[in-house]
Design a protein around this ligand. Sequence first.
Ligand code: NAP
Length: 248
Amino acid sequence: MTRVAVLGAKGRMGSASVQAIDAADGLEVVAQIDVDDDLAAITEAGAEVALDFTQPGAALDNVRWCVEHGIHVVVGTSGFGEERIAEVRDLLADHPDVNVLVVPNFSIGAVLMMRFAATAAPFFESVEVVEMHHPDKVDAPSGTATRTAELIAAARTKAGSGDIPDATTDDPDGARGAKVAGVPVHAIRSRGFVASQEVVLGGTAETLTVRHDSHDRQSFMQGVVAAVRAVADRPGLTVGLDPVLGLD
Ligand code: NAP
């Protein structure tokens, strides 16, 4: 049995994960940590793996604490862009026996959506990301949107693509969205959504839209269980579920 601690255990993703992990063969939840709980309960319970579904403001400190206490970490919390990833990499350099797996999106469909978007991006002049989430989400853009934009930018750089055309010079209210790795990203917060994303690609006289919808948090649980099972066998830092699914 792999002993697992869930951080953010009372939250939406954390509570669903506690159930999914407890129901999975070979895994057991031994610590459920929420906002005012002492992290020492993780080591006291003998956890080998921690799963973080807290908030962007808390997750990096949680990762640091776990790594310094020899516990592998799966990070599901948003906000792990390139800067934070670099911090985690530096941290792991001093703790070579500990592994961290950062997963911007645990749903299989979303992982494939990101790959399809990155594959298509060099073939189109224009590309923008539109992410749609429930209005209780506290951060924007989503971790998935950030990761998608980074993958798109990397694919375009590798292919020698030019800048995305945009003649806008007057945008006082930010209507053109955020720029992540040079890719415009737009965030919608609306009742009725769990987590959806469109990548809109535009070329001469054609557009291609790659879209993914999570209709329920259960869509993430297969990936959560796979990540928790895999992290101990993936040395150092891994970003994305792709290698866990055998896609790399
Ligand atoms: P949520 O319902 O607000 O849950 C977060 C929980 O963590 C809350 O119970 C919160 O307590 C608690 N918390 C806050 N700071 C903490 C700390 N320092 N230590 C321990 N617990 C702490 O949010 P959610 O919808 O579950 O989402 C959690 C995160 O996962 C978000 O960043 C979200 O974007 C991300 N997410 C990722 C994926 C993915 O596939 N990777 C999918 C969905 C969501 P309080 O409410 O008392 O503050």
